[in-house]
Design a protein around this ligand. Sequence first.
Ligand SMILES: Nc1ncnc2c1ncn2[C@@H]1O[C@H](COP(=O)(O)OP(=O)(O)OP(=O)(O)O)[C@@H](O)[C@H]1O
Length: 322
Amino acid sequence: MSIEVQQVNKAFGNFKALNEINLSIQSGELVALLGPSGCGKTTLLRIIAGLEKPDSGHIIFNGADVSRRDVRKRNVGFVFQHYALFRHMTVFDNVAFGLRMKPRRQRPSESVIHDKVLELLRMVQLDWLADRYPEQLSGGQRQRIALARALAVEPEILLLDEPFGALDAKVRKELRRWLANLHEEINLTSVFVTHDQEEAMEVADRIVVMNKGVIEQIGTPAEVYENPANEFVYHFLGDSNQLQLDDQQIQFRPHEVLLSRRAEPEHRAGVVRDIRPLGAITRVTLKVEGQELPIEAEVVRDDASLNGLQRGETLYFKPKAS
Ligand SMILES: Nc1ncnc2c1ncn2[C@@H]1O[C@H](COP(=O)(O)OP(=O)(O)OP(=O)(O)O)[C@@H](O)[C@H]1O
């Protein structure tokens, strides 16, 4: 199901939370709304869901204007970070809830519900937990159950608000991959909110970068990273260094730098302050004379310049762009 957001505005009192938002999401896309805290991501998601009314503008699903359609009739599934499971119900009953709540004529029989819930639990790989209660689950398991519950009513649109926000880094990463795979399998249209650029880059087909109630850029992860529309997008999507050269200031990302142990043409000297192995890459922090901010350089771990390198040594660096 495709989603069109047309000229949506929303104010809370005098505060303009969303300003002329236009966005087209194709059927089957997985789109991330990315931006700093308070930029309006959740408000936009709630308006798409029908939980919040825009002051003006339209929401269109597959060509039909649903702006006035009640949330229950929009057929969207939600997973919110703090949208807890029902504590007094087993995992099975939590997932079955939406189906059992359907109006009698649309409600499947208990045996159909039973099969469907087990199928969903198998899909999230937690069928062995069907009889447990939410408090007996880990955070990551709860989120997967919340996802199974959202999918039970067969929504055509899935909306996720920081679904993995409260989890530790490793579980988050696993769930992200898992969500991306699942999305491919069942061909939903999904929109998820995050303030974590890595999460957006890793999972989304396209990223909507938001700031202060407006959309700064929409593009694939590669487009927004490599061709940022403006300074805000550039800075929000990754770390950057500033280097003051005579009368100009240049910016470059930590990986856009060449390092050498010897003085070379166009290289500048820096004193090594820190050496951080980060898996496949190593980050070196350099203090450069006359520069207020240190320079961070990220190179592959077997880069020749790192061989036996110690703090306090002098390294020579050159931004690749210059
Ligand atoms: N019901 C409300 N009443 C008044 N102000 C609100 C209301 N809901 C949101 N806001 C304000 O609108 C702005 C956008 O909020 P929103 O929750 O959409 O931001 P967000 O980008 O999702 O932020 P976060 O990442 O912190 O959740 C914020 O400044 C918030 O304080």
